[in-house]
Design a protein around this ligand. Sequence first.
Ligand code: F6R
Length: 237
Amino acid sequence: MEIIKVKDSDELGYKAAEIVAKTLNELENPVIGLATGSTPEKLYANLVQKCQANEITFKNTTTFNLDEYVSLAHDDPTSYHYYMEKHLFSGIDIQKKNAHVLNGEADDLEKECETFEQLIQEAGNLNMQILGLGLNGHIGFNEPGTAFDSRTHIVELDPLTIEANSRFFASKEDVPTRALTMGIGTIMDAEKILFLVQGDKKADILKKVVYGKVTEEVPASILQRHPNVTLLTDIDI
Ligand code: F6R
């Protein structure tokens, strides 16, 4: 794992955008996995700026988001559909048909997960996956205990994740208890992983992820076994 230390969230957003831009410019038809949450917000703001300055284009890019809550409407401000539209898609030249976000409102959620996996395979696999880190070590919504070879699936969210994400909702009771997520096996198939971890409150879990035992109890610890991970963090580890 390559570790790049940054001084704060501004530098993290700036450097992450440089790395993503390089990948977009190198490939004819990039396939990129995207994350939501607080950590990548500045990355997306920088990508929008670069796209509007014609330094990059998303015209031939396909994206797949890591996860989405079950049952939230796409125009619900707490859904990841809404987040992506607000922070990235509305500001770039991506073709909407190529921006894939799991549909948490699908009648058949199992089928939705299968179709999503198939679409990733058909796109030729992920050239790059952007990841954040949950306080409990999750990546995507793969909570502790998830099998390392899991594919896209339905999850029951961990109480710690519900607590952490309640900051985006009116109350903890409003946070959906289920979600759809790309699996750990799906994530590990990506050629390259850009792992973004920001804020002192994640110091303890990040140390376990990078230096601890590789165990399903700390889902992100599997990244130790991925051949091409770049960790950008403002944490001293
Ligand atoms: C979001 C996702 C999650 C977040 C993680 C960190 O799509 O997959 O794993 O990356 O919960 O979230 P923040 O950045 O809000 O601390």
